[in-house]
Write a new protein. Structure first.
Length: 366
């Protein structure tokens, strides 16, 4: 389940009180006239300290814990409360631990929908190209997606094309991310794993053929039904490092995450585009760390500020902008050597009130 789907499940199945009880809240009371639950904190006795709205968003106001970063935004919800309660018991508990705990309470498997096939069944290596989504829903956060069989990785050589070696992608990164190469397709293969469980959702295949555009060969081929709006590439592999560093760097492309990992920097994730979706915003906020947006040089400052604004007032957010003209026209900051990257990172721009006002003015100008 996505975060949004999980909250809808709790709401539609009347499980709010159950979750509150299981995480240690007390004095739980439902207020029919205003359609919300009130309760005390696990470590407090104020019976109206916490308000949980009885709707599909499960918004949470914790009036006696307003100094807690988890409750300092309009996006605080029942997951924020679960994460807070778990941290009282163990400071190491994070956003993923909160999701696991909720699944456990509800008796749900913490997993995307499995599509594993019988091991004796012959696997079609072109399955990812042939598979077509059966139904489409306008709200992407409600699309159900399936985990693919791990055996599909056996269709690819566990190496990468020499061009990527020359760009600096190292053996430990190949092993960590299960990178591969397709001799038939002449493409490097990047497995795309679900950010919370690590299950295989699809592949991004990048051609290694020079002048591919002259032959009408697509640069990328991504599994057609890969739910990129509901996922963050690299978060599953880099989660522990991000929590330790207390910040996450958000890139456009998966390759940027790989390059930085090969330079011993495992703080990156990729959104697979240059627009951060609502679900990706929710996941990033849930990490409870600073956010650094590091998009490619050809992305306009207005677009960068638009993405930063999604976190404004909720998390400390920065962006890297090459005002020093150190990168090539379409480069990502991750394409630079460590010396240049470190300089750009050191001079990252805080998205504060002044930046927010510049963004608002840009909207008025349109």
């Amino acid at each position: 389940m996505t975060v949004i789907e999980l909250k809808k499940f709790i709401y539609e199945n009347n499980k709010i009180e159950m979750v509150l009880q299981e995480i240690g809240c007390h004095n739980i009371k439902y207020h029919t006239h205003k359609n919300y639950y009130s309760c005390s904190n696990i470590n407090g006795d104020n019976p109206t300290a916490i308000i949980i709205k009885n709707n599909e968003y499960l918004n949470c106001d914790n009036y006696t814990r307003q100094n807690e970063p988890l409750f300092q935004s309009d996006h605080a919800d029942i997951i924020s409360l679960v994460q807070y309660n778990l941290r009282i018991l163990n400071k190491k508990y994070g956003f993923i631990d909160a999701l696991k705990e909720i699944h456990k309470i509800l008796g749900l498997k913490f997993s995307v929908k499995s599509n594993n096939k019988n091991q004796e069944e012959k696997i079609d290596p072109l399955y990812i190209f042939k598979k077509v989504k059966r139904t489409y829903i306008n709200d992407v956060s409600n699309i159900e997606f399936e985990a693919l069989d791990e055996d599909m990785l056996k269709d690819f050589s566990p190496y990468i094309h020499i061009s990527w070696y020359r760009e600096g992608i190292m053996p430990w990164t190949i092993n960590k991310f299960d990178l591969g190469y397709s001799y038939i397709k002449k493409r490097n293969v990047i497995p795309l794993r679900y950010w919370a469980t690590g299950e295989l959702l699809g592949f991004n295949m990048r051609t290694v053929i020079e002048n591919y555009d002259l032959f009408d060969i697509p640069k990328y081929f991504i599994t057609p039904d890969y739910p990129k709006q509901n996922n963050l590439f690299g978060l599953y592999e880099n989660y522990d490092t991000i929590q330790k560093a207390k910040y996450v760097v958000v890139y456009e492309a998966e390759k940027s995450v790989l390059k930085r990992d090969s330079r011993c920097d495992s703080t990156g994730v990729a959104v697979s585009g240059h627009i951060i979706s609502d679900e990706q915003v929710r996941i990033l906020i849930g990490l409870d760390v600073d956010i650094v947006i590091a998009f490619d040089k050809d992305i306009s400052i207005d677009e960068i500020r638009m993405n930063c604004d999604k976190f404004y007032g909720i998390r400390t957010v920065y962006y890297i902008y090459d005002k020093y003209d150190l990168l090539k026209e379409k480069d990502s900051p991750a394409d630079a050597c460590n010396k240049i990257y470190d300089y750009l990172f050191k001079h990252k721009i805080l998205y504060d009130r002044w930046e927010h006002e510049k963004f608002i003015k840009s909207l008025k100008g349109k």
